[in-house]
Design a protein around this ligand. Structure first.
Ligand SMILES: Nc1ncnc2c1ncn2[C@@H]1O[C@H](COP(=O)(O)OP(=O)(O)OP(=O)(O)O)[C@@H](O)[C@H]1O
Ligand SMILES: [Mg+2]
Length: 212
């Protein structure tokens, strides 16, 4: 059984078609790269996989359970879609601590480890409002991985990262794969896609084309 399965998905916004009769199967423990032009529907696809929006027709199934109004958010997802809003007057650690209190799954130690893994200093007193773009991106990544979720949905995780940070993030993603996690990501950088992906899909003609 596939971990995530889309069957005959149709999705439009106000008459603008994004997906038409689209199928997708995601297997556990692999890295999937998703490419396609601006506005082609990559982020919308991610939102459907996470249960934030629903298809107009067709189904999205996660671990055998179809997502719907009564079964909205699948368990054990670590997600970056659109840069999340953070509390500007708090430090990075304080922000993650606050978010970790929703699930109460992890202690400070794991938050600090996630920050270090992405290259942020847990003890830094800098407020998030003074973070650079790349630092905010790292904070979003730390948030996505901190709870050790088995499915990571990463929409443009490499955005705004410098060369060393990109390298670090690629290694981190490989390490997460070795731990058995399933990763689906988008990038407009072909090198990220080529290096990381076991499978590559491109949004084209309102459908997904399996490139690799
Ligand atoms: N809630 C919404 N209401 C109306 N239109 C929407 C909504 N969400 C997305 N869209 C539209 O759907 C299209 C696809 O958007 P999406 O964000 O998925 O593109 P994308 O492939 O992620 O692009 P990019 O590469 O720029 O991130 C866009 O035209 C967008 O305006
Ligand atoms: Mg997008």
């Amino acid at each position: 059984m596939s971990l995530i399965e889309l069957k005959s998905v149709h999705k439009s916004y106000k008459g603008m078609v994004l997906f038409e009769d689209t199928d997708l199967s995601i297997e556990k423990g692999k890295i999937y790269g998703l490419v396609g032009p601006n506005g082609s529907g990559k982020s919308v696809l991610f939102k459907m996989i996470c249960g934030f929006v629903f298809p107009d027709q067709g189904s999205v199934t996660v671990r055998g359970e179809q997502l719907g109004k009564k079964n909205r958010f699948p368990q054990n997802f670590g997600i970056i879609i659109d840069r999340p809003g953070y509390l500007a007057n708090k430090t990075g650690f304080e922000n993650l601590k606050y978010l970790s209190m929703i699930k109460e799954k992890i202690a400070d130690k794991q938050i600090k480890e996630a920050m270090i893994a992405v290259g942020l200093q847990p003890t830094a007193e800098q407020k998030v409002k003074n973070y650079s773009l790349g630092m905010k991106q790292k904070l979003a990544l730390a948030q996505a991985i901190m709870e050790d979720q088995d499915i990571l949905i990463l929409d443009e995780p490499f955005n705004a990262l410098d060369i060393d940070s990109t390298e670090r993030m690629r290694n981190l993603i490989f390490t997460l794969k070795e731990q058995g996690k399933t990763i689906i990501f988008t990038s407009h950088n072909q090198e990220d896609i080529d290096i990381l992906s076991d499978h590559v899909f491109r949004v084209r003609n309102f459908n997904l084309e399996h490139l690799k």
